[in-house]
Design a protein. Structure first.
Length: 394
C-alpha cells in the first residue's frame, strides 16, 4: 500500500492543470460512485489528480489514486485492495483505466454494496457502458463526460483570461452583447485558427509534434477503446482504420454504406456497427434527420473535432469542413442536433432553430427564419452570430 501512496503523492504534487475544467463544478462530489468517461487525450488522469489536490492535498492518505494497468491487479482483486485501503483510513479511491480490470462493473457493484464508507471515482473510455446501458451499475453510478477543451477553455489557457461559459439560449438571445464584452478584452479570431488546428486535446501543451501525438492517440482509440472493449479480433483493425481514413477524406458526407462495405471488404451491417464504434470512441459524429436514429445509417458523418481532420486528410482541409465540424462539436454536449431538410441549412437545433453555418461572404440574402453561424465575424447582429462564440458553450 505504501508504494501506491508514494506514487499518489508524487503525481498529485506534480499535476499540471493550467485550466480548471468546467466539469469540476458540474459533478455531484458527494455521490458514492462517480464515473467519468472521456476519449483518449482529453485529460481524465489530470482531472482525477486535480480533484485529489484540491480536495485532499498530496499527503492526505484518505484519498488515493490508482491505475488499473498496475501489475498488482493481475494477482490481487480490487475488492481486496479496497478492504486494505479502508482499514488504513481510506475514504476516496480514484481509479484510472477501470475498464482494464476484468469484470469491472461487477467489482464496483460489490464494493458499493459491501464498503459503504468508501467513495469510488473512476475514469475510463467513452466506449464503456454506464447507467441505462449497464444493468449492473444502473441506479447507483453518477456518470459524467469529460470533453476536450472548448474554445473558451483554450483562450483562458493561452491568453490568461477567465471567461465564463454561456448557455445556448443566452448566446441566441444576447450574442451581440456577449461578443462585444469578450472583444473588449481579446480578439477571439486571433486564437481561432490555432484552436481549430490543435486546441481540442490538452496534449498540445507538451513540447512534441502535435500531429504525431494525435495520430498515436487515435490509434490507441482504435486498438484499445474499440477492439479491446468491443472484443473485436485484431485482424479487423486495418478495416477500421481504412474506414476512418475514407470518412475523413469525405466528411461531412452522406455515407454510402454499400460502397464503404465494398471498400473495406466487409458487410453493410458491419460498416454500420463500425460507424457506431467510431462515434462511441469520439472519432466521428453522426447527424440524423429528425425521425431517424441508429441503427439506420446517418444522414451526415462528421469528424468528432476539427483537430482530427488535419492528420487524416491527405489534401488541404476545406473551410467548410472546419466550420461545420466545429459547430457540431461545440453544440452537441447539451443540445439535440438533427439534419435540416432545407437546402443550404445544415442543422436543426433542438427541433426548433435552423442554422446555416458559412463564411460571411457566402451569405447573399438574410432569411429571418434562419440563424447564421458566420466564420470570420467578430460581432454579429440580429440572427447573425459569430461562429467562434459557440465555443463558449462549455
Amino acid at each position: 500500500m505504501d508504494t501506491f501512496f508514494r506514487t499518489h503523492k508524487y503525481l498529485v504534487e506534480h499535476v499540471y492543470s493550467p485550466v480548471r475544467r468546467e466539469l469540476m463544478e458540474e459533478i455531484k462530489w458527494t455521490s458514492r460512485l462517480i464515473g467519468i468517461k472521456g476519449s483518449r487525450g482529453v485529460g481524465k488522469t489530470t482531472f482525477l489528480l486535480q480533484y485529489a489536490l484540491e480536495k485532499y492535498g498530496p499527503d492526505d492518505r484518505r484519498c488515493l489514486y490508482i491505475n488499473m494497468n498496475h501489475f498488482y491487479f493481475f494477482t490481487h482483486t480490487l475488492r481486496e485492495f479496497v478492504s486494505a485501503f479502508q482499514q488504513q483510513g481510506g475514504r476516496t479511491l480514484l481509479i484510472d483505466e477501470i475498464f482494464k480490470y476484468p469484470g469491472w462493473s461487477e467489482e464496483l457493484k460489490f464494493i458499493y454494496d459491501q464498503f459503504p464508507r468508501i467513495q469510488i471515482i473512476f475514469a475510463g473510455s467513452t466506449v464503456m457502458r454506464l447507467k441505462d446501458a449497464n444493468p449492473v451499475l444502473n441506479g447507483i453510478v453518477d456518470s459524467y463526460n469529460l470533453r476536450g477543451f472548448s474554445f473558451r477553455e483554450y483562450i483562458n489557457l493561452v491568453a490568461g483570461t477567465n471567461f465564463r461559459p454561456y448557455s445556448y439560449q443566452q448566446i441566441i438571445t444576447n450574442h451581440q452583447q456577449i461578443a462585444s464584452d469578450i472583444c473588449q478584452s481579446i480578439k477571439p479570431l486571433n486564437y481561432f485558427k490555432d484552436y481549430i488546428h490543435h486546441g481540442f486535446y490538452p496534449f498540445f501543451l507538451e513540447k512534441k509534434n502535435y500531429s504525431e501525438m494525435l495520430i498515436k492517440n487515435m490509434n490507441t482509440m482504435l486498438e484499445v477503446d474499440i477492439l479491446f472493449l468491443k472484443e473485436i479480433e485484431l485482424s479487423y483493425l486495418p478495416k477500421l482504420k481504412k474506414l476512418l481514413h475514407i470518412l475523413a477524406q469525405e466528411a461531412p458526407c452522406s455515407p454510402n454504406v454499400s460502397l464503404l462495405a465494398k471498400s473495406i471488404e466487409t458487410s453493410r451491417a458491419t460498416v454500420v456497427n463500425y460507424l457506431s464504434y467510431l462515434k462511441e470512441a469520439r472519432l466521428i459524429n453522426m447527424l440524423y434527420s429528425v425521425d431517424e436514429q441508429f441503427p439506420k445509417k446517418p444522414a451526415v458523418v462528421y469528424m468528432h473535432n476539427t483537430n482530427i481532420l488535419y492528420p487524416t486528410c491527405l489534401n488541404e482541409v476545406e473551410p467548410r469542413q472546419l466550420r461545420e465540424t466545429f459547430f457540431y462539436n461545440m453544440l452537441h454536449k447539451d443540445n439535440r442536433l438533427n439534419k435540416s431538410n432545407e437546402r443550404n441549412v445544415q442543422f436543426l437545433i433542438n427541433q426548433t432553430d435552423r442554422f446555416r453555418v458559412c463564411d460571411w461572404v457566402v451569405r447573399t440574402k438574410n432569411n429571418p427564419e434562419y440563424y447564421y453561424a458566420i466564420d470570420n465575424l467578430e460581432i454579429g447582429h440580429d440572427n447573425v452570430i459569430p461562429l467562434w462564440l459557440f465555443g463558449f458553450l462549455y
